[in-house]
Design a protein around this ligand. Structure first.
Ligand code: MSP
Length: 505
């Protein structure tokens, strides 16, 4: 049966996992935990390990390239584990399986006439070891090396991207939906107004040595982006141990049917064109369907600054977990920023948000209601759980912030009800009541308030679970056992502020 397939981009190993990567990956985790309730999901993530930049990073650290990749890939895996990210498969582009698969795919593209040999001409910065476009340059110079790039002409292989312009356009918004809407509009206008050019899919080996060989020309290495995009197909097949050597293309297509098309592909806005133009064209050339939904999220800055290696401000998510706890981190990223928009991360806001929503609102509601039950007697009615259609829809529409707002509203309403009705006074009244009628009335009211509060808390825990699996489980257990528990201990900002500054440096 076809799995509900969710992907993240695969992360370059020349960078350590930071809060930006965490955002995409935890979002995919939230979605896959949500959809797992009704379907069999497959959540794929991994690392993108080829290209000159990876080589350069390894050289800088004086480590052999593959060893360097192994270390960083492992670091990503450890980080996701620490952040409770429950992926189904971790794909690495240096895995033999992936490499063989990419070679097979490129051979097929060539055999079907979608590739041709040509010459690429461009402005090349020797310092960066990459081609620059005019808009990357400042007064004609590379802004990093302050040198003029040289004109370089090289023999490479091209993919006939231009011929897919109209085809992609005809799928956009139909079987291939790009969200949020403004991103789809951006693409529509791009495809309408600009002419697509064919794209180089290989590089000369003497310039880029760390990559997959072009199967029919070992002087050429496959362009890292083309190599990387195929992870979305090689990953699931590899997870099954599917052996494609000696198999026909039809067998591969059949095996892919269990996963592809992806139901949700998550990316940041920086890599939209690769995923919404080149990737669909490659899929169409192979006769494969396009991903159903491509969700494009915004970018984070930290205290107003871009996250960058040179500023050394890339907050390590595992440090944040140690400092503030995982719940605060996972919650904050989706509570304070509309999914799809840019946002500025501030650790002060992270603490405030956790305290206001989780400790003071939801946590407080849980402990005060269960304390009342514990103190004033057993409940006669059963606590029932019912799904909330509004919340279901918010999840299905990637409205994480709005879902968390709604969850908080539900808790706030019940806290207000308890403040207003004072169930502790009601029960005292009932216990002291001489007349049967008074006792009965107050008792019924007490019971009603607490049952409805605990039912709301069950809804809250159910929809918090994709965000905070551990804590949501604790809420459920506390309700089941009718034992008050402090699930969200308050974070005291004074205790963390010095460390917070260290982390921000
Ligand atoms: N390797 C490519 C992707 C290939 S997918 C076939 C790549 N890797 S990356 O490590 O540079 O970034 C991957 C993703 O990380 C971005 O698309 C985005 O989803 C996320 N982010 C990286 N920095 C980010 C922020 N500052 N803010 C939010 N997300 C960010 O591109």
């Amino acid at each position: 049966m076809k799995k509900f397939f969710i992907t993240t981009p695969i992360y370059y190993v020349n960078d350590k996992p930071h809060i930006g990567h965490t955002y995409t990956t935890v979002a995919a985790d939230i979605l896959s935990r949500f959809y797992r309730n009704g379907a069999s999901t497959f959540f794929l993530t991994g690392t993108d390990e080829h290209g000159t930049k990876v080589c350069q990073s390894a050289q800088k650290q004086e480590v052999e390239v593959k060893k360097f990749c192994d270390e960083v890939a492992q670091n990503y895996q450890k980080t996701w584990k620490a952040l409770d990210v429950n992926y189904d498969f971790f794909v690495r582009t240096t895995d033999k399986y992936h490499e063989e698969f990419v070679k097979l795919i490129l051979t097929r593209l060539k055999d079907n006439g979608f590739l041709y040999e040509g010459e690429y001409e461009g402005l090349y910065c020797e310092g960066c070891e990459e081609f620059k476009s005019e808009k990357d340059l400042v007064s004609g110079c590379c802004p990093i090396h302050k040198t003029f790039p040289i004109k370089l002409k090289e023999k490479v292989w091209f993919f006939k991207l231009a011929q897919f312009q109209d085809k992609i356009f005809s799928h956009l918004g139909k079987d291939f939906v790009v969200l949020p809407q403004k991103r789809e509009a951006e693409l529509t206008s791009f495809l309408k107004n600009e002419k697509l050019h064919d794209v180089a899919i290989s590089r000369p080996r003497d310039r880029v040595e760390w990559g997959i060989d072009l199967p029919w020309d070992n002087n050429q290495v496959i362009y890292v982006w083309i190599d990387a995009l195929f992870n979305y197909l090689s990953g699931p097949l590899s997870s099954r141990g599917f052996n494609f050597s000696n198999k026909h293309w039809e067998d591969i297509l059949e095996a892919l049917n269990d996963f592809w098309p992806a139901d949700i592909q998550l990316i940041g806005k920086d890599i939209l064109r690769f995923h919404a133009v080149i990737w669909p064209a490659l899929l169409l050339a192979l006769g494969l369907p396009l991903p159903k939904r491509l969700f494009v999220h915004g970018f984070f800055t930290i205290n107003g600054e871009k996250i960058s290696k040179s500023l050394n401000n890339a907050v390590n998510p595992v440090d944040l977990k140690k400092e503030f706890g995982l719940a605060a981190l996972r919650y904050y990223l989706f509570r304070d920023f509309s999914f799809g928009e840019d946002g500025d991360v501030s650790l002060e806001n992270l603490v405030e948000r956790y305290n206001a929503d989780l400790a003071d609102n939801i946590g407080n509601l849980l402990s005060r209601s269960l304390t009342l039950v514990q103190k004033y007697g057993a409940l006669k009615q059963k606590i029932e759980f019912k799904k909330d259609e509004d919340l279901e829809n918010l999840f299905r529409n990637f409205k994480f912030k709005e879902a968390l707002e709604k969850i908080n509203l539900l808790a706030r309403e019940k806290n207000q009800l308890i403040d207003k009705e004072k169930p502790w006074a009601l029960i005292k009244e009932a216990h002291q009541g001489k007349e049967f009628a008074i006792e009965n009335n107050s008792q019924i009211k007490f019971e009603k308030i607490l049952i409805s509060t605990l039912e709301t808390l069950l809804i809250i825990s159910y929809y918090l679970k994709p965000f905070l699996p551990l804590e949501a489980e604790k809420i459920e257990t506390a309700i089941k056992n009718l034992e008050p528990e402090i699930v969200f201990p308050k974070i005291l900002l004074e205790d963390t502020i010095t460390k917070k500054q260290d982390i921000n440096k």
